[in-house]
Design a protein. Sequence first.
Length: 231
Amino acid sequence: MSAISIDALQHRWPGQSTPILSIDNLHINEGDRFFIQGASGSGKSTLLNILAGVLTPSTGQLSILGQNFSQLSASARDQFRADNIGYIFQQFNLLPYLSVIENVLLPCHASKARAQKATDQYGSPSKAAEYALDSLNIPKPLFHTSVMRLSVGQQQRVAAARALIGNPKIIIADEPTSALDQENVGHFMETLQQKCSDIQATLLFVSHDKQLSRFFDQQLSLTAPKQDAAL
């Protein structure tokens, strides 16, 4: 089954005739590792927001895990995202007033389905979070401390653990390596791909860095739209 299916999709902002994003056809199968590359203004963020259900496309069809997104209400899209999509943000978006393990557990509070999967596999969501952190080499003494005490690399791994908990079917990673040095980039890429394989998740990795495409078998390159000439 296709994890993501796009047909004749366009998105334009109100009052603009030129679409900020235009994709004729894109099909990503479950378990695929897919790289999306593009410079600033190419529509990467718009595409991610559409895939996450934050935006609805102006025209075209989008199906995720067999669900036609145009048929879902905004609240239904939000719940679908919570249940099925793990998201690694560019700035990590960790909550500074929560501990490391509390940040990792957030998806289980938003999704009963992911909480149940974590419980079925590890006995409880907390144990699942501990396993995820341990497998990503976060020292146990840091589990109950503030995320603000962590290095950038550690914060990134906590963000990955949060995305992976409860075995979502799709992982979306938005420029997650932008704050890392080259050595840590390679290590993170290998770790992320292995973790996605472990839970049989589809990985969509978005970056402006073309060099990262070597980690992927499939890719899509987005380009900034040509603006209409002024009359």
